[in-house]
Structure formats: C-alpha cells, structure tokens
Ligand binder design. Structure first.
Ligand code: ADP
Ligand code: MG
Ligand code: ZN
Length: 208
C-alpha cells in the first residue's frame, strides 16, 4: 500500500471472495493501528454470527472484538468521539447506506477500513461494494486458492442446494473457485473439500 495520508481521513476497501484473507488483512491493519496507539472501533453486521457475535473472526481463527450492528447508520450513532480508525467486516451486508456512512467518517478525518465480498455466489457484483470501491482511496483485492485446480480464485462457489438468498452456511456450503472452475448454477463439492469436517462458513446474500 502507498504511504498513508496525514491530517485527513480516507477509505480503504479490502475485497475478494470467501477464504481470500479479507478478515485476516482487516485484523492485521487494525492491530497495527492499535500498536500505533490509535483509538480503533470495529463493527460487523449482526447477520454474520458464524463464530461469535462480539468478534470479527477469520477462517484461520484470528479475532478482534467488534460491535454487532443492524444498519450502517448505527456506526455514526455509536461512534466513540475519540475514535480515529473505524473497521467494518462483511460490509456488503450493510446495504447502500454503507457508502454514505464511510464517506461521512472519512470526511470527518477518520481512517475507514472495510472488508467485504465483491461478488455474490452467482459471480455478480455485490452491492454496495462497487460503489465503495469507486469512492475509496485504497483498494485491495485479495484472491483465495481454487480448491479444484490451485489457481488464484476470485469467486465463491455455492455448493448447497436451494434457492434462498441468504444462506448462512458451513464450509461445505461454499468453496473458493477460479474463473474456469466456477459453476454459477451450483456444483458438488470437490472431493478434498467434501472430506473436511464442516466448519462455520459465511453467508452470501444478494441485496435485500
Ligand atoms: P475471508 O475473510 O476472505 O473469508 P479469512 O481471512 O477469514 O478469509 O481466512 C483466510 C484463511 O482461510 C487463509 O489464511 C487460510 O488459512 C484459510 N483458507 C481456507 N481455504 C482457503 C482457500 N481455498 N484459499 C485460501 N485460503 C484458504
Ligand atoms: Mg471474512
Ligand atoms: Zn480452478
């Protein structure tokens, strides 16, 4: 990343598919801000209850305490006046209001770091990530490893049956796939992934 600006706020977006390390990268940046003795506040949508309501947790089991919210505007309402850095995980679940909230925070001089899925299980851009990517100063696209062929993976393959729009699934419900191995209509799990024990997974949702 470029050297960080001084004396102004800005927006950083970390995007990519499931298992690409978005949450790990968010936690890394927030921990470094804490080491720099900056006041950090972390939020995540309540819908993501895979592991712990009050923590942001990665698939590799790193975690940081976070406040669960139902609406993007709650970030403004619950903002600590002393906060200098605001982190949000799973920002794609906060809807279009997240863009205005992030802009307001950055305009006030805060560093805003958000992580989220940039595509849904069909490979369609996940609103409001396209808008957030457009207004951010810094954009990082993480890639996972395709569990079928080992190539860099930018899609989240849905494995479970069913048409429901929100599927809070387990590992075994989704896996990382590259462009060539991705099947938008759904697919059976790869043999290796199917042999792994089920673990809490991540919900993929289209806009409400
Ligand atoms: P995200 O927030 O993007 O879903 P996490 O930060 O929670 O990702 O987890 C990333 C970690 O997931 C990796 O460091 C690795 O340990 C693990 N992992 C499991 N499956 C894969 C995969 N197919 N590709 C890359 N990492 C994977
Ligand atoms: Mg994550
Ligand atoms: Zn592949």
């Amino acid at each position: 990343m470029n050297p960080l600006p001084k004396g102004i706020g800005w927006i950083e977006v970390i995007c990519g598919p499931m298992f690409s390390g978005k949450t790990e990268e968010l936690i890394r940046r927030l921990k470094r801000a804490e080491i720099a003795r900056q006041k950090v506040q972390i939020f995540k949508p309540r819908i993501d209850q895979r592991y712990a309501e009050a923590h942001v947790v990665s698939h590799s089991e790193q975690k940081l305490p976070s406040a669960p919210i139902d609406r993007a505007e709650e970030i403004l309402e619950r903002l600590d006046p002393a906060a200098q850095v605001v982190g949000v995980d799973e920002v794609q679940f906060l809807g279009p209001g997240a863009v205005r909230v992030c802009e307001q925070l950055a305009d006030r001089g805060l560093r805003v770091i958000v992580a989220g899925l940039d595509q849904d299980y069909r490979g369609v851009p996940f609103e409001p990530m396209p808008q957030l990517l457009a207004v951010a100063e810094f954009v990082t696209k993480e890639l996972a490893v395709c569990v079928v062929c080992g190539n860099p993976a930018h899609r989240s393959q849905r494995l479970a049956q069913g048409e429901q729009r929100v599927l809070v699934g387990a590992r075994g419900s989704y896996e990382a796939r590259c462009r060539a191995c991705f099947r938008p209509e759904g697919d059976a799990p790869t043999a290796r992934a199917a042999a792994e024990p089920a673990q809490p997974g991540l919900p993929l949702r289209e806009e409400p």
